[in-house]
Write a protein that binds this ligand. Structure first.
Ligand code: F6R
Ligand code: MG
Ligand code: MG
Length: 374
């Protein structure tokens, strides 16, 4: 039986700034889905990470199913009405188009979907991150699918011996989806050469070369490519299938103990370490640090179990302390150098205006030839 998992997520308003959605807003989205889901999806689960609400659907209609996208869009519209009633900050922020037109892709919400033949038991991990962008998953995906230092199954299990295929998107191209396919391990250095640039090249999906099956999928939206201006960071979601021909859950989680530096943080314009957090966490210090949650599920006959909150364990408290230290360290240098993103990635136009105003005030110093009197 073929099952589809779809995550559709959006920031439609939050309390106290860009911290977290209100309970009433989450309730409204949940109630709306409960009423409308019959015949469209077999199951759904709503959670939030920072100010973003993610809906995980399981169903049997394949990716890009119009009725499901419409249901999610309408649930976000209904939620936005509640956000407005409550006076929440940034109500409807990620809903960039006025009316629904077949698919929420390109309309603001982030989407990650995969269809597969269900195994007798089908475990997977749902990831959602806030205050960062899709390139934040580049390094963890590289390590979990190609590096035996993180994925011991690459040397210990016969099921992963052929490695994995990476489909990578050039997200600076806005005319359509510009993709390249590269195979690990033989194209490893080419994969690394692309993935080092988190803002331009983003893993779109990963496939098992043993079975040909899909292993992982990432939302690859660039909000400012859609809106032409700052509308918030493209807080990304991801699905990763685990066990058997795929990495074990623990191998998928392992790279998140690095707390690697990603783009985002305050005003989507800084560099900060990615902190693994529990389900329904908020952000705090300097509108961050960038956070990611991981929920393990099993899906059976397109029905979801309850989630296992994978970063809710004492081990990750230790990592959170380490990441807090990294966040404090980089924040100590404020706007200087590596702490703030390069000009092309700054999410606010204010600095552009500032530099335009300053430009005519620059004077080129006249060169005085040696031996000549002034
Ligand atoms: C980052 C984010 C926040 C806001 C910041 C200013 O993704 O959401 O850091 O950029 O709080 O918000 P505005 O511009 O809405 O006042
Ligand atoms: Mg926001
Ligand atoms: Mg957000």
């Amino acid at each position: 039986m073929k099952t589809t998992l779809s995550i559709i997520k959006a920031d439609i308003g939050s309390i106290g700034g860009h911290i977290k959605p209100s309970t009433q807003l989450l309730q409204r989205v949940n109630d709306f889905l409960k009423k409308g889901v019959k015949g469209i999806a077999n199951d759904f689960f709503v959670s939030h990470t920072g100010d973003d609400i993610a809906i995980l659907f399981s169903h049997t209609h394949g990716v890009g199913y119009e009725k499901l996208h419409k249901l999610a869009w309408d649930a976000f519209i209904a939620g936005t009405a509640t956000a407005k009633e409550q006076g929440l900050y940034g109500a409807g922020q990620d809903l960039l188009k006025d009316s629904f037109s077949g698919n929420v892709k390109g309309m603001g919400p982030a989407v990650a979907e995969m269809e597969f033949e269900e195994r007798p038991n089908e475990p997977f991990v749902f990831f959602a991150a806030d205050k960062t962008d899709p390139g934040a998953y580049n390094l963890p995906l590289y390590l979990m699918f190609t590096d035996p230092m993180y994925n011991s199954g690459l040397i210990l299990s016969p099921n992963m011996a052929k490695g994995f295929k990476f489909v990578i998107m050039d997200v600076s191209y806005t005319e359509g989806d510009k993709l390249i396919e590269l195979n690990a391990p033989e194209d490893l250095y080419d994969i690394a050469a692309l993935l080092r640039d988190n803002e331009r090249y983003v893993v779109e999906s990963v496939w098992s070369r043993e079975t040909g099956e899909i292993a992982a999928v990432v939302s690859t939206t660039r909000l400012h490519n859609i809106a032409g201006k700052y509308t918030g960071k493209d807080d990304p979601v991801m699905l990763v299938r685990v066990q058997g021909p795929f990495p074990a859950t623990g191998e998928v989680l392992a790279p998140f103990n690095i707390g690697h530096f990603v783009a985002g943080f305050m005003r989507g314009s800084h560099v900060g370490p990615l902190m693994p957090v529990t389900m329904n966490s908020q952000v705090s210090f300097f509108d961050g640090p960038p956070v990611v949650c991981a929920l393990g599920f099993c899906v059976h006959k397109a029905k979801l179990t309850e989630p296992a909150d994978a970063f809710d364990h004492p081990y990750w408290d230790y990592i959170r302390t380490k990441v807090s230290r990294k966040a404090t360290d980089i924040r100590e240098q404020g706007f200087a150098g590596a702490a703030m993103l390069p000009y092309s990635e700054l999410e606010y136009g204010g600095i552009v205006k500032k530099l335009e105003k300053l430009e005519p005030k620059f004077k080129v110093k006249k060169e005085v030839k040696a031996g000549k009197k002034k």
